[in-house]
Design a protein around this ligand. Structure first.
Ligand SMILES: Nc1ncnc2c1ncn2[C@@H]1O[C@H](COP(=O)(O)OP(=O)(O)OP(=O)(O)O)[C@@H](O)[C@H]1O
Length: 888
């Protein structure tokens, strides 16, 4: 802990105009000088700021002049950029390449249709993303982060700390930071107490880094890679507190300079793995198809480059062009419905799909399964007998830690201790506070250094924390009013006694103290040794009212629950039991030791509770589960949950979570109601089901067509389908499938995790693709027969028309018979899917008979064909229904 005297006399800050005149532009601020290399006083002067904060007028003027504290990557994307961004989609990019190849060989018709397809898909996609982006921005507002800013009404007024949206911060503002806060801008520390920050987003370092205030800059050659007295936007407070001066905002922060994109994740999520996996398999096929078609035609039919447009059309025929559009529309619709009616805010669209795929959900205990409103139940000595003196010492520790560390919000355990001790008249002010080491989740301890008034030359360390950690630093124990050495046997007895107490569901705060000769320098964690154990305060934390129902719902939906907590194993096991979740084997992070990867996943698979987890333990358990193939969600609300929230496939937090958890989570539960999880999983599974349904049906149909095209291309003396026809047909089918985004889930579709496994999808596609190809080949047969029997005109145009009609009708059938959703409860009402299917069928029947037919080289087939086609379709419907049941 280090204190800095940053006050340049404490007088009123010079007026803005005078300051700007005297020191120039506060945003250019440090005048190009590195803010780390100035003294605090120089920096304050250059920024025309003061340690008491800016006045409201100064802040407003700076805000107007230099803009909001928003990184450029978070600003809304313009339409042209969004449109061009859609071209980066791999399918669109491949289509574009095929269009360019067609243009290069002067196949203008194919090139034209492909370009229309590219433009339509980009327009639909950028439109969908624009809408989704607006909806998401609105939702993000609901969970927007604020900062504690110290400002004054005018020059003479006293500073007041207020919560302001982070975008309102300006250079020169003085802010307060506490555990769980995001560092909202680049700041220079004016005062800090036990401050450690996570700066993984900036430096990749996974463990929190200590930061402290320095009045003068450190030596240039002190070897430190990062200035210890600066904190950067993008990092977050792991422990301790600070008062800091904003030195850069918005685009000027170090993070914005280093990360042109939004500050997000991290590792590949379930969504990326499945949808992208399928997309890339298809793209490989698409790229292979044209050369294969060319070679086959050259070898068997002696055709040359003239088949290139057809080969390209075959490749295009495979493409699910609307995949990005359907994915965006489905997810955006699901997310906004969930926000409106389900009380759940999805901050990152693909997270909705990931929610549906979760098969294991890890959650923390305190604040999630319990209310995090602890109340002191008892205070006991080392014999287990009631002893109010232990609570008294705990209250001295809590009071002076809060007071000296200037924590913006007290920890709930400290608050409970102070409430209880006030009720029986304890007086922490009987001591003078000297220093504080606020609660550090890595060591599970908080320390206050105090002095009894009048007893100069002696300091007392008051330490409280987890029983194991406090005992680990004790050399003596107070028994029956006298101090004795803490033997190994005594330590074990105390641990057993604590385990018995914890098994009753109580949270324990062990208390110890030590007398030391007074000293002037700062105290650190290493000074907390050789303590005398006094006893513990036991607290009761009521269970969250909806936790039991939520756990029940998760079990019904096939989701395994793991509780990863920093608390005592006994306390956690009891909470689980009370909620109806059998804890089975209870592990501690210590028992898992240095395990990682499959052995760690196997150990965690056997347990329901892993206790005494640090933030890093939680993250490595989540990582191991994911690596073992589980789609893993993490639900947590505290600062020690952040790494796990970012590691999980989907990070979830309640709205009351600390700022950093809200920012890091993909999904925020809008209120305390944990049963909202059930609605979120259902919505996620529904969306995944829709996307999977689209992929399965489109790809099966496309594969069937491509196989039939290849066969027909080799059998017939003419092109079986013109490139333009392939493309028009694809477009109609894809447009019809947009209706799936409006379908309702079938109960079976939301019963278990909706995992989109690329292998399973590809197996399904092969089976139904072959069936579809068989129907097409049968159609060729009946078409030839009908032309022959009716003695009418045959030729390519009739063939094209006959096949076009059959194609759209079989696709309509697939949409109807293979879908997993339903339109309304009972499935009887006509819904969007029925309308789309009807439109597709009508188009298939009428287009070849319409005046547009000649443009696509189509001519009406003989009436007999329709009768024979009806028979083929009836047979196809029966096969489809039977196979559909088997593969559903
Ligand atoms: N303010 C505090 N001062 C001293 N000790 C504390 C304080 N807060 C928590 N502890 C101790 O540290 C232990 C671990 O706390 P931590 O915050 O890591 O986990 P938790 O909040 O109990 O559990 P969860 O991980 O489920 O949220 C607690 O059981 C308690 O003994």
């Amino acid at each position: 802990m280090s204190e800095t005297t940053a006050t340049p006399g404490g007088g009123p800050t010079p007026s803005r105009a005078a300051a700007v005149r005297a020191h120039g532009d506060p945003r250019a601020g440090h005048g190009g000088a590195d803010p780390a290399r100035l003294t605090t006083l120089e920096l304050l002067r250059r920024l025309a700021a003061g340690p008491r904060g800016l006045t409201a007028e100064q802040a407003e003027e700076r805000l107007v002049r230099y803009g909001e504290n928003v990184a450029p990557a978070w600003r809304p994307v313009s339409w042209p950029r969004r449109f061009l961004g859609s071209l980066r989609d791999p399918f669109t990019a491949v289509l574009l390449c095929l269009g360019l190849v067609s243009a290069a060989i002067a196949s203008w018709g194919t090139a034209g249709v492909i370009m229309v397809l590219v433009v339509v898909s980009c327009l639909l996609r950028s439109g969908g993303e624009h809408q989704a982006g607006r909806a998401m921005a609105g939702l993000r507002e609901l969970v927007a982060t604020t900062a504690s800013v110290q400002r004054r009404a005018d020059d003479g007024a006293a500073p007041v700390v207020r919560e302001l949206p982070v975008d309102q911060l300006v250079v020169g503002d003085v802010i307060r930071l506490g555990p769980g806060d995001l560092v909202p801008a680049d700041v220079r520390l004016l005062r800090a107490s036990g401050l450690t920050v996570h700066q993984a987003a900036l430096t990749g370092e996974s463990v929190p880094v200590a930061k402290y205030a320095l009045d003068a800059p450190p030596d240039a050659d002190d070897g430190a890679a990062e200035p210890p007295h600066l904190c950067f936007q993008g990092s977050s407070v792991a422990s301790g507190s600070a008062t800091a001066l904003v030195v850069a905002t918005g685009a000027d922060t170090r993070f914005a300079a280093a990360h042109p994109g939004p500050a997000r994740r991290r590792t590949e999520s379930a969504f990326d793995r499945s949808v992208h996996g399928i997309a890339w398999t298809l793209i490989r096929f698409m790229l292979l198809t044209p050369p294969l078609v060319l070679m086959a035609n050259a070898a068997l039919r002696g055709r040359g480059l003239s088949t290139l447009p057809f080969a390209i059309a075959v490749a295009v025929g495979l493409t699910p062009e609307m995949l990005p559009v359907i994915v965006t529309a489905t997810l955006a619709r699901g997310a906004s419905a969930l926000a409106r009616t389900g009380g759940v805010i999805v901050k990152r669209l693909p997270a909705l799909h990931d929610l549906g795929a979760i098969d294991v959900l890890c959650l923390d205990k305190t604040g999630t399964l319990t209310q995090d409103r602890p109340v002191v139940a008892r205070s006991v000595d080392a014999r287990g007998a009631d002893d109010p003196d232990v609570l008294n010492w705990a209250s001295v520790g809590s009071f002076w830690t809060l007071e000296l560390a200037e924590l913006p919000a007290p920890d709930s355990l400290d608050e409970a201790v102070l409430d209880a001790s006030a009720a029986y008249g304890a007086d922490p002010l009987a001591y003078d506070g000297i220093a504080a080491l606020p609660f550090d989740p890595a060591h599970r301890l908080a320390t206050a250094v105090v002095r009894r008034p009048g007893t100069y030359g002696r300091h007392t360390l008051v330490v409280k924390g987890a029983v194991e950690d406090v005992l680990g630093r004790c050399g003596r124990v107070r028994l029956d009013g006298t101090e004795a050495a803490l033997t190994e046997g005594e330590r074990r007895r105390l641990l057993d006694l604590a385990a018995t107490e914890a098994a009753g569901g109580l949270r324990l705060l062990a208390v110890a103290h030590a007398e030391r000769p007074a000293r002037g320098g700062p105290y650190g964690e290493r000074d907390v040794r050789g303590l005398t154990f006094l006893g513990w305060v036991a607290l009761r934390d009521a269970l969250a009212p909806t936790a039991g129902a939520a756990l029940d719902g998760l079990a019904r939906r096939g989701v395994t629950v793991k509780v990863l907590t920093g608390d005592h194993p006994g306390t956690a096991a009891r909470a689980c039991r009370d909620l109806g979740l059998e804890p089975g084997e209870v592990l501690t992070a210590g028992q898992l030791g240095a395990l990682s990867g499959p052995p760690l996943a196997a150990a965690v698979e056997r347990a329901t509770v892993v206790a005494r987890c640090t933030a890093q333990d939680k993250a490595r358990i989540v990582a191991a589960l994911r690596a073992s193939g589980r789609t893993t969600g993490f639900l947590g609300d505290g600062v020690n949950d952040l790494p796990a929230l970012l590691t999980a496939d989907v990070g979830i937090c309640p709205r009351g979570a600390v700022a950093v958890a809200r920012e890091g989570a993909d999904v925020v539960l809008a209120d305390k109601d944990l049963t909202a999880l059930d609605r979120a999983l259902t919505a996620g599974r529904h969306s995944s089901g829709t996307i999977a349904g689209y992929l399965r049906i489109t790809l099966s149909s496309n594969l069937g067509n491509v196989l039939a095209m290849l066969a027909a291309g080799l059998l017939l003396p003419f092109l079986p389908m013109l490139p333009a026809q392939v493309l028009v047909q694809n477009l109609c089918f894809d447009a019809a499938q947009l209706a799936y985004a409006y379908d309702r889930p079938a109960p079976a579709a939301v019963r278990g995790p909706a995992v989109l496994r690329p292998r399973a999808v590809l197996r399904y596609v092969t089976v139904f693709g072959l069936l579809n190809a068989a129907a097409d080949l049968a159609t060729f047969g009946v078409l030839a027969l009908a032309v022959h029997l009716s003695d009418g005109p045959g030729g390519p145009a009739v063939f094209h028309a006959g096949w076009f009609t059959e194609n759209l009708l079989t696709q309509a059938m697939m949409m109807l018979l293979l879908r997993t959703g339903r339109s309304a409860p009972g499935g009887r009402t006509i819904g969007p899917v029925h309308l789309a299917v009807t439109a597709l069928a009508v188009l298939g029947l009428l287009l070849p008979l319409s005046p547009l037919a000649p443009a696509l080289d189509m001519a009406a087939p003989p009436p007999l064909y329709y009768a024979l086609l009806a028979a083929v379709l009836a047979l196809y419907a029966v096969t489809l229904t039977t196979a559909g049941r088997r593969y559903a």
